[in-house]
Design a binder for this molecule. Structure first.
Ligand SMILES: O=C(O)CCC(=O)C(=O)O
Length: 522
């Protein structure tokens, strides 16, 4: 149903196992060649166990296309949102969600490092798509009669917080591989960053989670980027087709300028060799993703995406024990950059560190305090759950022990990050900041977080026999509060957090040494 005037013509020529690709676009831009080494691995998700997914992709930080995971039984969107011809059902969107306000990118207009965006109602976005389709048909006619009509920019609906906006409408069920998602579990209960200066009710939804719907016509696209917080992401095509180009993180310096400040915007543009001297050396992986396929995008992989057909996709960003170090490393790098940027006003600034942290939050989406609160809450939640499992199942074997190992591994990862924060002297010198574990305990949002984390791991390990038991559990059942209060305390620094974790685990009788295999995080 959708069509646009900027489709791609692709010519391949093999060259020593690598392919040199020349791409031209209809609007007359000539595009430079890029080296494509190969394709992303494709695997049937139904034949993959969770632990295989962890070992082969999450731990190794490798991309994969997963088939067979978008069963229409769990993915209402794949029937409701798609016509019998396999195209986006515009009418359905206008009727049911037409009044929603969404962000729409103009794919033809660059604004800084991204495309220019505009807020509009879904019904207006749909009207634009239909207008484009009509214009495209007219243009086709005119091309035959060799006259050109006005060109219309290509709209792309992005980052629609659909789940948050329509919690009752279950459009899809997140595949199990992507459920160990600390980012969205946390955001379902807390805000990552609260800026009292700029807090507005309108911003509630836009900062509320990282679960999105994307809807774009053929020819719409997303410029080269790495994901927010250097999180993992997954993207499932409800309908349509996308072409992805990927760059391994070890090559990312090649798409930056000499100062490592500016990144190439469109890898198919003529990229200036003097501005981006490494670009022509970059070796890309590609993939064409069909309807019903899900792509796993690992941390720090730069990627550019083109909709080859009118496409609707679901997209989540997330992180957990396997990639939390990416988040911390990004924060540290961005913090150093923020600091360097205002170094010359340091002497005249009353609260230089505070300003660096405010700028970090504004640019990156969170600062050291937000991150430290986040890891402290997750440490507490994992400790509570580990104690619960120990009390309930002892040193059991089988699934209950696998779940306990997962909690232990999480604690090992959190401890490791806290040690890195400590060695970087992060949060040092601020005596006002405190994470109060007792307050957290008494906060109903925290007990919800614990229940969700517990239920998630039980589901991941397919321990359905535990889940009923767990469903009925309140915070008081989960943990003996008096018992916990005996060692909970106020956490001021990463060192306090390390001690807190060590004490909590020591009480369980485990020997909590970093080298222990159970605590190993890749
Ligand atoms: O599907 C797209 O256009 C872009 C998805 C993507 O790259 C992302 O969310 O990081």
């Amino acid at each position: 149903m959708f069509s646009s005037s900027s489709s791609f013509f692709v010519v391949f020529s093999g060259q020593n196992q690598k392919q040199k690709q020349v791409v031209k676009c209809e609007r007359g831009m000539s595009m430079g060649p890029i080296n494509i080494k190969g394709e992303i691995e494709r695997v049937n998700g139904k034949e993959l166990s969770y632990s295989e997914f962890v070992k082969r992709y999450m731990e190794k930080n490798q991309p994969v296309v997963l088939t067979g995971l978008m069963d229409p039984h769990y993915w209402r969107s794949s029937t409701d949102w798609v016509t019998l011809q396999g195209q986006p059902n515009f009418q359905y969107f206008s009727t049911h969600f037409g009044a929603s306000k969404v962000q729409v990118a103009d794919c033809d207009t660059r604004e800084f490092t991204d495309q220019k965006r505009e807020e509009m109602m879904v019904s207006d976005f749909i009207a634009r798509c239909l207008q484009l389709e009509e214009a495209s048909a007219v243009q086709c006619y005119n091309e035959n009669s060799s006259s050109n009509g006005p060109s219309i920019s290509v709209p792309y609906l992005k980052d629609w917080h659909f789940v948050k906006e329509y919690p009752e409408y279950v459009a899809y069920v997140t595949p199990m591989f992507f459920c160990d998602d600390w980012l969205n579990l946390y955001l379902d209960n807390f805000r990552i960053h609260i800026d009292s200066d700029t807090q507005q009710p309108d911003k509630e939804i836009c900062c509320s989670d990282y679960r999105f719907v994307y809807m774009g016509v053929k020819g719409s696209w997303t410029p080269l980027h790495a994901d927010v917080f250097r999180s993992y992401s997954w993207s499932g095509n409800v309908c349509g087709k996308k072409r992805w180009l990927f760059l391994d993180p070890s090559q990312c310096h090649l798409v930056f300028d000499r100062n490592m400040k500016n990144c190439v915007y469109n890898i198919f543009d003529e990229v200036s060799n003097s501005k981006f001297p490494g670009f022509s050396e970059a070796i890309w992986l590609e993939c064409t993703q069909n309807a019903g396929e899900i792509i796993f995008v690992p941390s720090g992989w730069y990627h550019q995406v083109h909709n080859l057909e009118d496409t609707i996709s679901i997209n989540h960003n997330w992180f957990n024990a396997y990639n939390l170090s990416w988040v911390w490393n990004l924060l540290l790098r961005d913090y150093n950059e923020a600091k360097e940027y205002i170094e010359d006003i340091k002497d005249i600034c009353d609260d230089f560190e505070g300003l660096c942290q405010r700028n970090l939050a504004a640019n990156t989406g969170m600062n050291f305090y937000d991150f430290f609160t986040f890891i402290s809450y997750f440490a507490l939640a994992n400790l509570v759950l580990l104690r619960y499992m120990n009390r309930r199942y002892g040193n059991g074997t089988g699934s209950s022990s696998t779940i306990s190992q997962h909690f232990s591994m999480n604690l090992g990862c959190l401890r490791k990050i806290a040690s890195e924060m400590k060695s970087m002297h992060a949060l040092e010198g601020n005596h006002d900041y405190v994470v109060d574990m007792i307050e957290a305990f008494e906060d109903p949002r925290f007990s919800k977080l614990c229940m969700h984390v517990g239920r998630t791991y039980i589901m991941i390990q397919e321990q359905s026999y535990l889940s009923l038991d767990f469903e009925c559990t309140s915070m008081c059942d989960l943990v003996d509060l008096n018992d916990m209060k005996s060692y909970t305390s106020q956490i001021y620094t990463p060192e306090d957090l390390i001690k807190f974790i060590d004490n909590g685990v020591a009480e369980l009788g485990d020997c909590f040494i970093e080298e222990q295999p159970i605590l190993h995080v890749a």
